[in-house]
Design a protein around this ligand. Structure first.
Ligand code: AMP
Length: 193
């Protein structure tokens, strides 16, 4: 892995999905990270795909940083075996800290929470608040309809083409990490030209 990517943030479902391939994909991401000495930053929960990826990184001897709001700790869903669990006061604080800790952002399959997180961090990239890569792991085409919708938003003039290309996507983690390595953030703003 290129110098510069030491920690990646993974957004993913607090559910497991109906099909075992989602957990398999999470395990493959964990293996790819540990093989490249990439540490995992994630939402700190023990449930769903979130728990799967954290458990696998830890089992392989890798490092995992969780960032979880106190309210979710109180619901007893915080993972208790992480390298470091940051307990914060709010969801906003959580997303700020996850963004600060990571060198890039990957969304695995998930629901509202996952979508919100990857779209927000891509928006921050579009605004040039950071220059880190953002990408979707499109497990078995899980995100095809979202990608189609983004092309539609682009065609309708709401997302410039160069901003649309900032959200990387690949069906395989090795492919996505390769795109991250080659990623160069745009040097212009949405509203310039
Ligand atoms: P979802 O995709 O709706 O399951 O939400 C998962 C994403 O939102 C994760 O990346 C978390 O950061 C956050 N999140 C949502 N629900 C939870 C939860 N019960 N425990 C921890 N994080 C959660």
């Amino acid at each position: 892995m290129t110098i510069g990517i030491q920690r990646l943030c993974v957004y993913c479902g607090s559910s497991s999905g109906h099909d075992a391939r989602y957990a398999e994909a999470a395990n493959a991401v964990a293996e790819a990270f540990v093989a490249r000495d990439i540490e995992l930053v994630y939402g700190g929960a023990s449930k769903g795909i979130m728990g799967v990826i954290a458990d696998r990184v830890l089992a392989l001897g890798g490092k995992v940083h969780g960032v979880i709001p106190q309210q979710l700790v109180d619901k007893e869903i915080a993972h208790e075996g992480l390298t470091k669990q940051h307990v914060v006061a709010s969801m906003h604080e959580r997303k700020m800290l996850m963004a600060a800790l990571a060198d890039g952002f990957v969304a695995l399959p998930g629901g509202f929470g996952t979508l919100e997180e990857i779209i927000e961090i891509t928006t921050w990239a579009q605004l040039r608040f950071h220059a880190k890569p953002c990408g979707l792991l499109n497990v078995d085409g899980y995100y095809d309809r979202l990608l189609e919708f983004l092309d539609h938003a682009c065609a309708e003039g709401f997302i410039p083409d160069f901003n649309r290309r900032m959200l990387l996507a690949d069906e395989r983690i090795d492919g996505l990490l390769g795109r991250f390595e080659r990623y160069e953030a745009p040097d212009r703003d949405k509203w310039t030209d």
